[in-house]
Design a protein around this ligand. Structure first.
Ligand code: IPE
Ligand code: IPE
Ligand code: MG
Length: 231
């Protein structure tokens, strides 16, 4: 039996499909999706998860219509205005990973407000992946490594390289959940997924419930994780 996963990542997909099924615009799905983050974060914290990393906006999502992009860029404000105090009450810390360059200044300001306000919280860390790409994370890590190399002929190890990634402060990723039943990674946490268990559910993100999270975690705990060894 595995323990509760220390670090869970979720690809929050299907906002648009969910909205269409309700006969509503895509933005309605994004709004309901953002609101649902609150329910899932509180449940994950309650279950003892230490880090919950949520894919909110990928480096490829800039390809969407400008109107949708700008709606998405305003959602951190909606989320923070509605739930920051509740996150404080639940001792949840907020952080972000991804490239800050390229994000609207106002989006960064709001995220920073939440990050600073919650920085001493100790229960769970809620990480928003915004303007995040797995490949850009690896390339940024390589560039940071090269910049401090000077003339050394040191060969970097996997463990050392992990310290150049955005996730350097977090425990190993153990479980990935993707909602809305597309079987792909979409450039999320390429390095960290190495030995994560994966779970794909057909539920669209706005309807993904705390009960479903709990049942996925129970399933995770029963899985036989071999890490290349024998059991
Ligand atoms: C996920 O929902 C949210 C983001 C990618 C920002 P989608 O907007 O991708 O919803 P679908 O996949 O079109 O249903
Ligand atoms: C992945 O979903 C990105 C986020 C959830 C933020 P997408 O909807 O962008 O992924 P694709 O385009 O279906 O691969
Ligand atoms: Mg999608």
């Amino acid at each position: 039996m595995n323990s509760v996963p220390q670090h869970i990542a979720i690809i929050m997909d299907g906002n648009g499909r969910w909205a269409r099924a309700q006969g509503k615009p895509r933005s309605y799905g994004h709004l309901k999706g953002a609101e649902n983050i609150r329910n899932i974060a509180i449940k994950a914290n309650e279950l003892g998860v230490k880090v919950l990393t949520l894919y909110a906006f990928s480096t490829e999502n800039w390809k969407r219509p400008a109107e949708e992009v700008s709606y998405l860029m305003n959602l951190p404000k909606v989320f923070v205005d509605s739930y920051l105090e509740e996150l404080m009450a639940n001792d949840i810390r907020v952080e972000m990973i991804g490239r800050r360059e390229g994000l609207p200044r106002e989006t960064v300001r709001i995220l920073d407000r939440a990050i600073n306000r919650t920085k001493d919280n100790k229960a769970m860390t809620l990480v928003f992946a915004v303007n995040y790409g797995g490949r850009s994370e690896i390339v940024d890590g390589i560039n940071e490594y090269v910049a401090q190399l000077k003339d050394s002929d040191h060969k970097i190890t996997e463990e050392e390289f992990g310290r150049y990634l955005y996730t350097r402060d977090y425990p190993e990723l153990e479980l990935l959940i993707r909602t809305s039943l597309d079987y792909r990674i979409s450039n999320f946490l390429l390095w960290q997924l190495s030995y994560a268990e994966m779970y794909f559910t057909e539920t669209h993100w706005p309807e993904f419930s705390p009960e479903e999270l709990e049942s996925i975690i129970k399933d995770f705990m029963k899985r036989n994780r071999r890490f290349g060894g024998l059991q």
